[in-house]
Design a protein around this ligand. Structure first.
Ligand code: ADP
Ligand code: MG
Length: 349
C-alpha cells in the first residue's frame, strides 16, 4: 500500500510538472542557415523542438526548388527552357509563381517582377564581382523583363517562359513564401505561439505565450550595428522589409542596391532606404516590399491598392532624408525608438 501511494504521488508530481511547463510556455529556440540567410525560430508549446526541426527541413527543401545557384532547381529548369515550351515543376514552385503574378499585376510590373533575373545577373550585386553593366548590355536585357511572359498551367503543374534568354529570380519572394509555409507547419502541429525570422522577414505566429503581442524592431537602414528606429506590436502577422542596405555596392560615392527597377534595369533609386510591409501573408508582404522601386507616393498607393483588392496591409516607408512614414493602422502602434536621434516619424493618411 505504501508503495502504491509513493508511485501515485510521484505520478501526480510528474503530471503537475508537465502541465506547468506547457501552461507557462515551454519554449525552444533554434538557429540555422537556409535560403541564403540566417534563420531563427522561437517556438512555444509541446513538441517545440521537433516542430523547429521539421520547419528547418522544409526550408532546405524549398531552397533546393527555388535557388538559382543549382542547375537542378525548378528556377533553373524554367529559365533553361525559356522559349522552348512548358516544363513540369513542383506544385510549391507553381504556387510561388502564382503569387508573384498577383503582386506584379498590382503595379503592372513597375515594382515586383521575377523576370528581372538577367539584369540582376548582369549587375552581380551581392556577388564577389558587382559591376555597372554597359548601356549596350542593358539595352539588350531590359526588353527581356516582362512578368506576363511567365505562363502558368496550374492544372498540370507546368510553367513556361515565353522568350529565349528570359530567366526568373525568386530571391524577392521565396523567403516570403517560406514564412507562410513555416507558419502552416507550426499551426498543423498545434503551436499557437512562435516567432520566425528569415533574415529580416519576421512572421509572428499568434501572440506571445502570455497573450500579449510580439514586439518587432524596425531596423535603422544606416546603422552599422543593426540598431533600430522603432518598434511595432503585432500578433499573427508577417513583417517584411526590403531596403538598400542589405546588399549593395558603392562606386564613385554612389550606392547601388540589389533591388532593380524593372523599367530601367538600374538599381532602384527613388528616395527610399527601406519599405516594411505588415500583413497576414508573408509571401505577399515580400512581393509588396518591392514598392521600394516606386518611391514614397506611388509605393504607398500600391499598398492601398493591395488593401482594397486583397486584405489589410500596413507599411513603414523610410526616406533617404530620414523620415519614417507610417500608414493609419500604425499611427498608434509604431513607437519611435531611434538610438541615433536622426529620424522623425510622420503619420501618413
Ligand atoms: P532579401 O530579403 O534577400 O534581402 P529582397 O526581398 O529585398 O532581398 O529582394 C531582393 C532580391 O530580389 C534581389 O537580390 C533579386 O534577387 C530580386 N529582385 C531584385 N529586384 C527585383 C524586382 N524588382 N522584383 C522582384 N525581384 C527582384
Ligand atoms: Mg526579402
Amino acid at each position: 500500500m505504501k508503495k502504491i501511494i509513493y508511485v501515485l504521488s510521484i505520478l501526480i508530481v510528474l503530471i503537475l510538472l508537465t502541465s506547468c511547463s506547457i501552461s507557462t510556455g515551454k519554449s525552444y529556440k533554434a538557429d540555422g542557415f537556409a535560403l541564403g540567410t540566417i534563420i531563427t525560430q522561437e517556438v512555444y508549446g509541446r513538441d517545440a523542438r521537433q516542430v523547429s526541426v521539421e520547419a528547418m527541413d522544409k526550408l532546405k527543401f524549398l531552397e533546393d526548388l527555388m535557388t538559382i545557384n543549382d542547375l537542378d532547381s525548378d528556377s533553373s529548369k524554367l529559365s533553361m527552357n525559356a522559349g522552348k515550351g512548358y516544363v513540369e515543376l513542383n506544385p510549391e514552385t507553381i504556387s510561388v509563381l502564382k503569387s508573384a503574378r498577383k503582386i506584379s499585376d498590382l503595379s503592372d510590373g513597375a515594382a515586383f517582377d521575377i523576370t528581372v533575373a538577367p539584369v540582376v545577373k548582369a549587375w552581380g550585386i551581392g556577388t564577389d564581382n558587382p559591376q555597372i553593366p554597359s548601356e549596350e548590355t542593358l539595352k539588350k536585357l531590359v526588353p527581356l523583363i516582362n512578368y506576363q511572359d511567365v505562363q502558368i498551367d496550374e492544372a498540370s503543374n507546368k510553367a513556361s517562359l515565353a522568350k529565349p534568354g528570359q530567366m526568373i529570380d525568386l530571391g524577392g519572394i521565396a523567403k516570403g513564401y517560406a514564412g507562410d509555409v513555416l507558419r502552416e507547419i507550426y499551426q498543423k502541429n498545434g503551436i499557437k505561439s512562435g516567432l520566425i525570422n528569415l533574415g529580416g522577414n519576421v512572421i509572428a505566429v499568434g501572440s506571445k505565450p502570455d497573450g500579449s503581442p510580439w514586439s518587432i524592431g524596425i531596423q535603422n537602414p544606416r546603422s552599422e550595428t543593426g540598431g533600430i528606429v522603432g518598434i511595432i506590436q503585432v500578433s499573427d502577422k508577417a513583417v517584411v522589409t526590403s531596403g538598400d542596405y542589405q546588399r549593395y555596392f558603392e562606386k564613385d560615392g554612389k550606392r547601388y542596391c540589389h533591388i532593380i527597377d524593372p523599367h530601367t534595369g538600374y538599381p532602384a533609386d527613388s528616395g527610399l532606404m527601406s519599405v516594411t510591409i505588415i500583413t497576414s501573408s508573408s509571401t505577399d508582404a515580400d512581393g509588396l516590399a518591392k514598392a521600394f522601386v516606386l518611391g514614397l507616393d506611388k509605393g504607398m498607393d500600391l499598398v492601398k491598392k493591395y488593401n482594397q483588392s486583397y486584405s489589410p496591409a500596413d507599411a513603414i516607408f523610410i526616406t533617404t532624408d530620414k523620415k519614417i512614414f507610417v500608414t493609419p493602422g500604425l499611427h498608434d502602434n509604431f513607437k519611435l525608438e531611434d538610438e541615433s536621434h536622426e529620424y522623425t516619424c510622420i503619420k501618413k493618411g
